[in-house]
Ligand binder design. Structure first.
Ligand code: ADP
Length: 778
């Protein structure tokens, strides 16, 4: 059944109202009718919902128009049908303009006509309410969008390329601090871009026409003068390849950007402070290690002198404290090296058994002092030669085993190496360091791997230490892709477990370690010419003492500049070069030496420095040094380093001539002699006799211009000295031969004379050197 229609009739004529209600009765609609005689109760009209209002135009003597205006003025949207009579028809257009939905002539009112009017009105109402729903939905979504834009601080905009129209949402006005009444034009908006970013915006904006989209962040100056960071995203829409509009968003990213800048700033700050820390540590290490070097070195030398019991105990104390202090400095340096990412993990072949045996033999005296058992066991399935970083492994295990000894009063410390997995190219090893010591409380176990953390202050007082050892162990293990863990029980003991991967190597390959110098090879040091470049008088003395013991010939230069003078005048088998020196530092001196003629330039140079960073080492190597020895050094290490280079020089000795160095090769002679000293002595005699004879002949024949004879002598010289493979002599002999071959050698007598002089000095020098060298071994 039809719903009843709610109708209002405003009419002051009872006859008209009766007529209307009659017609309504026969309209076929169910209806509820409210009747008002005048417009005095407007409140009531507005408060009720009607489907339609019938308003008599002639109410109160044609006040219908006024009432209509009032109703519409109050926002009443109910359809209003104005009832007119045939003599008021002319008012109809004015009524429609004033908001009447329709009008009907009183004489035409019938059930049929009203039914038609009501049907139309209901249809219109339906349409209107659908439109209202749509409008309110649109309004809601616009509000939501605006709210969203407000929260995200992002606005949207659109630029019509064809007519230059520019729209932007209110959030953009908000971001730029512009009054909303502002009429947007692109040019106006460009004025807000920060002057320093205009170029950036322009150059990026160009791409909006060719690329799918652009994204650009820049600064704007808002109308109140604040600087904000915004991000603009834009893309073009096309109609058949013609760009019609460019749309996009503008987001306020100030907070994010400021946070980013803050991060960059603090990163720079922390990098700077890292650098400052590193420089400080490098300097500190130099400053502390230099005197430490002297203390530890001289203490070692003192041990070798005649000492009373009391003196020996004092020296023991100095030695112990010195070594301890050095260990602490080294720990601090190591940790800072690791933390600044400068710790290099090397890969070289090493023998695990030798490494473990070395650690045990170094730490055994300490264990013995405390009457502790110190054992080691290596799983026999582990190959003896592995590839990895032996130095770091040594450091890790030494740390753990010495902690074991330090924190154990009774019982044993054991180092065990087990094979965990073995694959094609890699094996995983487990190192277990087990002690029967004081143990570590559960709540401290996770902490002790942190820097400067110690188990308990009692233990610190009793055992000393810095709390850095385990932090270094953990860092070193993790740098090598391993892990470290711990099982410990107070009063029972601790077991530290380290897992580390190593590369497998061909076990047949010959393994040579750079082991400390063996006694027999130390003999090679006897007579070696060593230049020590060192500004610190104490260190000079120390190095000299250590090298004197081996019978080396030592020259000392106190600055880089002095070192340059020394190498110009003498030949050295090796140069020990301090790095930090006044006037000219070791790196610069090395660079200068490397620029000198051969063989001076080829002299092995070993850096000897108290600085310990990898970057310092690489700087020395970059300057041209061959090797590096960190101070304080053990005499054995110094010997081993020098030997490495002396052995390389072997019997190929260099001689100096007119401050120019030339190389002669005595290998053939040694091979021929094969230890036969009679042969060598005879050879010396031959050279010694022959050389002055050649010199004399050359002088005489040059004086007499006897070119054929000069040529013949030169030929003999070539056969006699050729065996020494001296390039310079060979070259001069070729040159003189060429000068003698020309038609009139007389014309070239000046040149020939000077070549003869060079030959004379060369063979004289060779003779001297051969004598000196052969006598050493002969
Ligand atoms: P340090 O030994 O210099 O104090 P470490 O980092 O090597 O520093 O060790 C940190 C702490 O861990 C030690 O102070 C000690 O309390 C505890 N610790 C380390 N190893 C052992 C161990 N084997 N037994 C008992 N406690 C240990």
């Amino acid at each position: 059944m039809n719903k009843s229609v709610r109708l209002l009739v405003i009419d002051d004529s009872d006859a008209d109202k009766l007529h209307l209600s009659r017609a309504l009765n026969s309209s076929g609609f169910l209806y509820e009718l409210t009747e008002l005689a005048d417009a005095t109760s407007l409140e009531e009209i507005s408060s009720q919902v009607y489907d339609c209002i019938f308003l008599n135009y002639l109410i109160d003597n044609d006040n219908g128009l006024l009432l209509l205006n009032t109703l519409r003025g109050r926002g009443n949207k109910t359809p209003i049908i104005v009832i007119i009579s045939h003599n008021t028809e002319s008012a109809a257009p004015g009524l429609i303009r004033a908001g009447a939905t329709d009008y009907i002539n009183k004489s035409e009112i019938s059930g049929h006509s009203l039914g038609k009017v009501i049907r139309n009105i209901l249809k219109v109402n339906e349409i209107v309410s659908a439109r209202q729903d749509a409008e309110s939905a649109l309004q809601t979504s616009e509000l939501r969008l605006a709210e969203l834009e407000r929260i995200a601080q992002i606005g949207n905009w659109e630029f019509n390329v064809l007519n230059n129209n520019f729209y932007c949402s209110s959030q953009i006005y908000q971001i730029l601090g512009i009054q909303n009444s502002y009429t947007a034009t692109v040019d106006k908006f460009l004025e807000y871009i920060h002057p320093d970013d205009i170029e950036l915006v322009q150059s990026t904006w160009k791409h909006v026409f060719s690329e799918a989209s652009i994204n650009i962040s820049f600064r704007v100056t808002t109308s109140s003068g604040n600087i904000k960071y915004v991000n603009v995203f834009a893309y073009a829409t096309r109609n058949k390849e013609v760009i019609e509009t460019i749309r996009g968003t503008l987001q306020d990213i100030t907070e994010k950007k400021l946070a980013e800048l803050e991060i960059v700033k603090s990163k720079e700050l922390s990098e700077n402070s890292m650098k400052v820390r590193e420089i400080f540590l490098a300097n500190m290490s130099h400053e502390i290690r230099t005197p430490m070097n002297a203390i530890v070195g001289f203490t070692r030398l003192l041990y070798e002198t005649e000492l009373s019991k009391e003196q020996k105990s004092f020296i023991d104390a100095i030695h112990f404290s010195g070594e301890n202090l050095l260990a602490i400095i080294n720990d601090i340096l190591d940790l800072s090296k690791i933390q600044s990412g400068k710790m290099m993990i090397e890969k070289s072949e090493f023998n695990l058994q030798e490494l473990v045996a070395g650690i045990i033999s170094v730490l055994r005296p300490k264990a013995r002092e405390k009457a502790l058992q110190l054992n080691s066991k290596i799983d026999q399935h582990i190959p003896s030669v592995l590839k990895g970083d032996p130095l770091r492994l040594n450091q890790i295990l030494t740390n753990l085993v010495s902690n074991g000894i330090k924190f154990t009063e009774r019982g044993s410390v054991a180092l065990e190496v087990n094979l965990v997995t073995s694959e094609d190219k890699e094996i995983l090893l487990e190192f277990k360091v087990k002690d029967t010591g004081i143990g570590i409380p559960q709540d401290k176990q996770a902490l002790i791997f942190e820097d400067f953390v110690q188990g308990s202050s009692d233990a610190t007082r009793e055992f000393g230490g810095t709390g850095l050892g385990l932090a270094i162990v953990k860092n070193l293990v993790e740098l090598q892709d391993g892990k470290v863990s711990l099982h410990s029980q107070v009063g029972i003991g601790s077991t530290f477990i380290v897992h580390l991967p190593y590369e497998k190597v061909n076990q047949d390959a010959v393994y040579t370690s750079e082991s400390p110098a063996k006694d027999e090879s130390l003999e090679l040091l006897r007579g070696a010419d060593v230049l020590v470049v060192e500004d610190n008088a104490v260190n000079q003395l120390l190095v000299k003492k250590v090298l004197d013991k081996m019978g080396c010939n030592i020259d000392i230069a106190t600055t880089g500049r002095e070192a340059l003078d020394c190498v110009r005048e003498n030949r050295y088998d090796v140069i020990l070069m301090d790095v930090q020196m006044p006037e000219m530092d070791g790196n610069e001196a090395t660079r200068q030496i490397r620029k000198m003629p051969s063989p001076i330039a080829d002299t092995p140079i070993i850096a000897m420095t108290a600085q310990a960073f990898a970057s310092d080492v690489s700087e020395c190597i970059a300057a041209g040094m061959n090797d590096y020895l960190s101070k304080p050094f053990k005499p054995q290490d110094l010997y081993a380093k020098i030997l490495k280079y002396i052995a390389a020089v072997d019997h190929t000795k260099v001689i100096s001539l007119n401050q120019k160095g030339f190389k002669i090769d005595l290998n053939v002679i040694f091979e021929l002699g094969n230890g036969d000293s009679a042969f060598i002595n005879e050879l010396i005699l031959v050279y010694d006799k022959q050389t002055p004879a050649f010199v004399e002949k050359l002088r005489a024949y040059t004086k007499s211009h006897n070119f054929a004879a000069i040529k013949s002598v030169c030929h003999q010289i070539k056969s006699s000295y050729g065996i020494l493979k001296m390039d310079e002599l060979d070259r001069v002999l070729i040159d003189i031969n060429a000068a003698l071959e020309i038609e009139k050698p007389d014309a070239e007598i000046g040149k020939i004379t000077s070549l003869v002089n060079v030959i004379i000095s060369l063979i004289s020098a060779i003779n001297e050197e051969v004598k000196r060298e052969l006598r050493k071994t002969g």
